[in-house]
Design a protein around this ligand. Sequence first.
Ligand code: SF4
Length: 72
Amino acid sequence: MSKKYFEKENGNWVRDDLNGKQKEFCMCWDCSKFKPELENKGCSIIAEVLNLAAQKEIVLPVWECNNFSAKK
Ligand code: SF4
């Protein structure tokens, strides 16, 4: 399978089939620890990930995490 990438208006390159799907794939949205409305996000790991993403102007979904706690 050949993967296609394109450049967005902000200058970031992204895989065509994954564009805009960060929320769909990031497991934090299914984790009871994640509190996106809080400044510290309820979790120091994702807070650090999001700070790095903002600093480097990249998008980083979390695919695996040993602190995950499934929402009930
Ligand atoms: S514990 Fe892991 S999955 Fe849960 S919010 Fe933090 S980084 Fe995301």
